[in-house]
Every structure is written in structure tokens, then in C-alpha cells.
Write a protein that binds this ligand. Structure first.
Ligand code: SF4
Length: 344
């Protein structure tokens, strides 16, 4: 379940607790707290702690702006799952990809060091890494760097959309799309990534997801929904909660009518299947996406190999521990893994 979109009134802490309690009563196993930047909310650790206390696993996504105090409070309340945006080992490229935000790379490095320091080596920590024409050649470097740090890498291709059919989480910037003359380079990089995965490097994405990534960047039809008649599992395995507590099929689409996820009758009505039809009206009409979380949940539920892979990551806890080195040591490690390949 995903908390997304930024153009709505934000619930206060008490209202958010009501949403969390309903999600717990519904039997949600994982809640992804995302933004924008979720750490802009001072009560983020309280919300994550409430999830933990209700037996729900919180995963927090940050652009790297989490303070050490915020991370410490999350850790004290039992949070052990965090994802930071890291798209490149080249500081200037990372800043460019973050819309020209000065020093975003150094900010991310400080946050990586803080996570190691306050959240403990047993934390599941991952880099959310965009796969775009502006950084894809450097993605294998990010994977090698992450693996030495004990972190994981989750790839998300840049999504663009037609302004006439806007989707909330996609950009109008068409330059993020790959051109046919880049496809052979894309294939070479994705072959390298596949090889790294088979050798045990820390790539979070399933093989099925990586196959669809190759299709997505070339504008070919995706296959991760094929085992469910070409429809995703929005409304059954996942849904989104808007900042105002409204129910949404996912981060891209909204329902015509407001449904209050924190409302007193929400759990009863959801279990009766009252929201399946309006959600499926959206998901059946959707051409698909490759936003890491939704496809991976569907893939884990419907592909045995991916399911076993997730089990070994989260249940069996057989994964490597994260490295607790300083920000300066992290910068040195990044330099070591920077192969100097061109960006595009
Ligand atoms: S496939 Fe469409 S409806 Fe389903 S999660 Fe992705 S964007 Fe949403």
C-alpha cells in the first residue's frame, strides 16, 4: 500500500493513526511511506512506529533528506527498512537528475552514513535508482557500490506521459525516453546487470521485472500482468492512500469519489468488495507501469522464483548486513566503483 500524491490536504497525526489502524485491521502486511519527501513530516517516525506497534511492516522512501534525529526516532520505534534515492556515483549527474538540486549527492551520502550509524546493520536498506538515458551506463557501478555497502538497488525507469492524458507520477518531459539508436547500449547494460544478479550482487528487482524493464524502455508491451488477464492487482494486493486519506487504485490514478480510508466503515466496506469495481475500472483501462513496488508485489504473488527470492531477503534474513562506515569512506568507495563510462 502506497502513500502518494502531493496536491491534497495532509491528514494530521490523529487522523493518520486512524488510517493506519484501519490498514492494520484490514491485514496489510507492508506500508510504503513515500512522497515527495516523507521526512518533511515531523511525525513520520510516530506514524512508522504506529505501524510497527500494529504489526505492519513500514518501508520508508526518502530523497536523502532524512535527518539523523528522524532516523534515530524511526529506529527506536522498530523501523528496519529504508530506501534512499541514488541514481549515480557522479555527484554532478545525481544533482542534475534531481532537478538541479545542489548537493543532493552529498546529502544522500550523509544519509547513507546516518542509516548505518543509527538504524543498525540488520536494516534492509536499498537505493531507488532511476534508469534513464541520463544515467543508465553508470547503473552497474551503483550496483557494485551498493553491494560492497551491504545495500540493495531497485531500478525504476523514468515514466513520461502525454499532457492530454496526465498520470500523477509520470513526467511530461519526453527526453527521459530512450531513442532507438540507444537500444543496443541499453541491451548491453541490462545484460551486465543480469550477469551481476546471477553472481549474487544486491539487485532487489526480480528477473521478471528486469525483463519488463528491457521492454519498457523500448516502448514494448509489458508482461508482468499477463498471469492476471492483463490487469494489475490494484484493489486486491495493493492500493494507495492519498495525503488526505483518500483511497486510490495506485499513485497514478484516482477514484471519481472520495473514499475515506480512515473512516469508521472503511474496513467493513472494503472486505465486502465495495471498492473493487471503481478501482478495476481504472486498472483495466491502464496501459501499465513499471513503478517498482506494484509490479514486484504482483510478480512475488504469481511467480514462484520471485516469491522464494523475497522470502530469503525478508523472512529468512540470510542477506548481508549493511556496512557502518563514515560519509568520507562512502565517498571513497563511490570513487573506487566509478568506472567513468559515458552517461548516455
Ligand atoms: S498498472 Fe496501472 S493501475 Fe496498475 S499499478 Fe501500475 S499505473 Fe496503477
Amino acid at each position: 500500500m502506497i502513500y502518494a500524491n502531493a496536491d491534497r490536504r495532509e491528514l494530521n497525526t490523529a487522523e493518520s493513526f486512524r488510517v493506519i489502524d484501519n490498514l492494520a485491521d484490514l491485514g496489510a502486511s507492508v506500508v510504503l511511506l513515500t512522497g515527495g519527501e516523507p521526512f518533511i513530516r515531523n511525525d513520520l517516525p510516530d506514524l512508522a512506529g504506529r505501524l510497527v506497534s500494529r504489526g505492519v511492516h513500514p518501508r520508508i522512501q526518502t530523497n536523502g533528506l532524512a535527518t539523523i534525529d528522524g532516523l534515530r526516532r524511526c529506529a527506536e520505534l522498530g523501523v528496519r527498512d529504508i530506501s534512499i534515492s541514488l541514481d549515480s556515483l557522479e555527484p554532478a549527474n545525481q544533482d542534475f537528475l534531481n532537478g538541479g538540486f545542489d548537493d543532493s549527492w552529498n546529502t544522500a551520502v550523509e544519509t547513507i552514513a546516518n542509516v548505518g550509524q543509527v538504524m543498525g546493520t540488520n536494516t534492509f536498506a536499498a537505493f531507488g535508482c532511476v534508469f534513464s538515458p541520463f544515467n543508465f551506463q553508470g547503473v552497474p557501478d551503483v550496483i557494485r557500490f551498493a553491494t560492497e555497502l551491504g545495500w540493495w538497488v531497485s531500478l525504476v525507469p523514468a515514466h513520461s506521459t502525454d499532457p492530454l492524458e496526465p498520470r500523477s507520477f509520470s513526467t511530461f518531459n519526453q527526453t527521459v525516453q530512450f531513442q532507438p539508436n540507444q537500444y543496443s547500449q541499453v541491451d548491453a547494460v541490462l545484460d551486465e546487470i543480469g550477469e551481476l544478479k546471477s553472481k549474487g550482487f544486491n539487485i532487489y528487482d526480480s528477473e521478471q521485472y528486469l525483463k519488463d524493464l528491457r521492454r519498457f524502455v523500448k516502448g514494448e508491451p509489458l508482461t508482468w500482468r499477463d498471469r492476471n488477464a492483463g490487469v494489475c492487482d490494484a484493489g486486491s494486493l495493493y492500493f494507495a492512500v492519498l495525503p488526505d486519506g483518500g483511497l486510490a487504485p495506485c499513485c497514478d490514478w484516482r477514484l471519481e469519489e472520495h473514499v475515506d480510508v480512515g473512516g469508521p466503515d472503511f474496513v467493513k466496506e472494503y472486505k465486502r468488495g465495495n471498492f473493487v469495481k471503481p478501482i478495476q475500472e481504472k486498472s483495466k483501462a491502464c496501459s501499465g507501469c513499471l513503478y517498482g513496488s506494484y509490479p514486484e508485489i504482483t510478480i512475488s504473488a504469481r511467480f514462484a522464483k520471485a516469491s522464494l527470492e523475497r522470502y530469503s531477503m525478508f523472512i529468512a534474513e540470510s542477506r548481508s548486513q549493511i556496512n557502518t562506515i563514515s560519509a568520507d569512506e562512502i565517498r571513497m568507495l563511490a570513487k573506487k566503483h566509478l568506472s567513468g563510462k559515458p552517461r548516455s
